[in-house]
Design a protein around this ligand. Structure first.
Ligand SMILES: *[C@@H]1O[C@H](CO)[C@@H](O)[C@H](O)[C@H]1NC(C)=O
Ligand SMILES: *[C@@H]1O[C@H](CO)[C@@H](O)[C@H](O)[C@H]1NC(C)=O
Ligand SMILES: *[C@@H]1O[C@H](CO)[C@@H](O)[C@H](O)[C@H]1NC(C)=O
Ligand SMILES: *[C@@H]1O[C@H](CO)[C@@H](O)[C@H](O)[C@H]1NC(C)=O
Ligand SMILES: *[C@@H]1O[C@H](CO)[C@@H](O)[C@H](O)[C@H]1NC(C)=O
Ligand SMILES: *[C@@H]1O[C@H](CO)[C@@H](O)[C@H](O)[C@H]1NC(C)=O
Ligand SMILES: *[C@@H]1O[C@H](CO)[C@@H](O)[C@H](O)[C@H]1NC(C)=O
Ligand SMILES: *[C@@H]1O[C@H](CO)[C@@H](O)[C@H](O)[C@H]1NC(C)=O
Ligand SMILES: *[C@@H]1O[C@H](CO)[C@@H](O)[C@H](O)[C@H]1NC(C)=O
Length: 469
């Protein structure tokens, strides 16, 4: 069925719902491209001469870690990473997550998702500017003054907003904007205070020396080192070389959670599972070499930050995402174990930044009613933009992302007896209409939230009882 026809039919069904957002008014098969920022070398060098990076610091204690550093490599299947001796070495120095998933293809939407809680339908690597009224994880961190920054190898200067900075001797791809998650968002890219915190590896070395590594950071090696233009042998060797001295550095390690992961896998027909290891001082040595088979996704990195520092949610796919195991354990958060049957996470759904299934001017509304993983509800700025009583355009409280309307990843079923019922959202037992996006808030949805609250209360009671015994 043509996507447009599908939307028209489902739109009619949803007109019956009294509340909830309207479906996208239309779906186009192409998008007007954004204007690509591509400065000339002379302009870049002129700004480079004066640009000054900034390294604010803070010391906000978290439940399970005081610093998080994410390092992303590129485009490798789980098994190929697992079989590399240097990736195994990394696994032996941390906790391997064997069911951590990317959320779509190609690269850019995965980077966008890891900081914004959605990929907004993105299905390409072109220049994109997500409007300033869309919040990211840095807005969550800012609520408590938690310092953050990015380290992008070979970024020519702090805050560079161009599409790429190639190796000027060989013109090989080097720094690429598509791997710079925060620059995709105008809320960061148009704020000079913020862009000065987007630094290169010179900045990383300086911050390490000056002990000014922020509490949240994202590290992107260049296109050679991250495997994009090379292979896992090369990238794993680089990563080990980068990490090995850091793992010996008491300042860097102290209560730090390091996440080594990949943006996406290589073969798109395979489920989009990526080799991911948690290391650093926040991971107890008893867990080194162990494997956690709970389901996680890139959205888990945001829910984990929210739970760790008691921050609100973006009200998007971060809302109900499983919290990384060691953090969930310390926070008393119960994750949902799901069946992975029929879940691929290998395609985007229609959205405002999609090329193929573009929804002109229509942005999915976040869920501003839900309490989300940390129990803090959504960021006030998000509620201010969308209203405090938004059910959300998708079933954003679900533990994994799916889109019933577009038939993307609707197949998952919760494992019988799993922690909470939130994952019912994608279950085949639901009626076709209730799986559609925009998701109407059903009685079942409300009941699910009540069940989750009861489960949480029961958890608290059990912990208290356990402490008394
Ligand atoms: C967010 O900003 C975009 C771009 O300016 C605008 O089109 C959209 O209507 C805004 N959304 C809301 C909910 O205010
Ligand atoms: C890194 O950024 C700094 C500060 O903006 C700049 O001075 C320096 O030249 C950059 N280093 C590289 C290798 O591009
Ligand atoms: C960006 O990439 C294009 C295409 O490869 C190249 O021609 C251009 O020189 C690059 N720009 C910079 C600033 O490196
Ligand atoms: C990537 O960085 C490494 C040093 O870490 C350097 O040797 C390599 O030339 C860089 N890649 C490109 C394309 O410039
Ligand atoms: C710019 O960024 C700073 C630091 O994150 C923040 O405090 C400020 O509110 C931002 N300004 C705007 C207009 O968003
Ligand atoms: C991996 O990439 C490196 C750097 O490009 C290259 O020298 C090496 O031959 C490649 N190895 C394989 C197995 O392709
Ligand atoms: C592992 O990485 C180290 C550098 O970190 C490198 O010297 C070694 O050759 C790599 N081993 C393999 C098998 O790739
Ligand atoms: C996603 O994976 C499924 C199952 O292998 C496959 O049928 C489908 O074509 C894949 N989608 C894309 C966009 O590659
Ligand atoms: C999740 O459920 C599966 C199937 O019952 C089980 O094999 C797996 O160990 C469970 N994982 C966790 C982390 O509980």
């Amino acid at each position: 069925m043509k996507v447009n026809t599908l939307f028209a039919a489902l739109g009619a069904a949803h007109a019956l719902a009294a509340s909830g957002p309207q479906p996208p008014p239309s779906v186009a098969t192409s998008r007007q491209p954004s204007k690509t920022i591509l400065p000339a070398l002379s302009e870049i060098l002129a700004v480079q001469a004066t640009a000054r990076p900034a390294s604010p610091t803070s010391d906000v204690k978290g439940v399970a870690f005081d610093r998080i550093v994410q390092i992303w490599l590129e485009n490798i299947d789980f098994e190929d990473a697992e079989n590399d001796p240097n990736m195994s070495w990394i696994g032996d120095h941390g906790l391997l997550l064997s069911n951590y998933f990317a959320v779509t293809h190609p690269s850019q939407p995965n980077y966008a998702a890891a900081v914004g809680g959605d990929h907004f339908g993105m299905d390409h690597d072109e220049f994109i500017s997500i409007p300033a009224n869309v919040s990211t994880v840095v807005d969550l961190l800012d609520t408590r003054g938690i310092s953050w920054g990015e380290y992008m190898e070979d970024l020519p200067y702090a805050g560079y907003d161009g599409m790429n900075f190639s190796n000027q001797a060989t013109l090989e791809d080097d720094y690429v904007r598509k791997h710079n998650p925060l620059m995709l968002y105008d809320s960061v890219a148009h704020n000079v205070t913020r862009t000065r915190q987007i630094k290169n590896f010179t900045g990383f070395a300086d911050d390490l020396d000056a002990r000014t590594i922020p509490q949240w950071s994202f590290v992107t090696p260049n296109m050679t080192n991250d495997a994009h233009d090379t292979n896992i042998t090369f990238a794993a060797s680089w990563t080990r070389g980068f990490l090995e001295p850091l793992l010996e550095n008491p300042y860097f390690m102290e209560n730090t959670l390091i996440i080594v992961s990949f943006d996406e896998n290589w073969l798109w027909p395979k489920p989009n599972r990526v080799f991911t290891v948690l290391l650093g001082g926040a991971i107890d040595t008893s867990l080194h070499g162990a494997v956690d088979d709970m389901f996680y996704s890139h959205y888990s990195t945001i829910s984990t930050v929210s739970v760790n520092w008691d921050l609100p949610s973006l009200g998007r796919w971060d809302c109900g995402a499983n919290v990384l195991g060691p953090v969930a354990a310390k926070a008393g958060y119960r994750n949902t174990n799901i069946s992975l049957d029929r879940l691929h996470f290998n395609a985007s759904y229609p959205g405002p930044v999609a090329d193929f299934q573009h929804t002109p001017g229509w942005w999915p509304a976040p869920n501003t009613r839900a309490r989300c993983a940390s129990g803090r509800g959504v960021l006030p700025a998000v509620a201010a933009v969308w209203g405090a009583d938004q059910p959300g355009s998708y079933d954003y409280t679900n533990v994994y992302p799916y889109n019933g309307h577009a038939g993307v990843d609707v197949g998952g079923t919760p494992v019988a007896g799993s922690a909470d019922a939130a994952s019912d959202g994608g279950g085949p037992e639901m009626s076709e209409s209730s799986r559609c996006h925009p998701a109407p808030v059903s009685a079942a949805g409300a009941a699910r939230q009540d069940t989750a609250i009861l489960a949480a209360l029961l958890g608290v009671v059990m912990v208290v009882v356990a402490l008394l015994l």
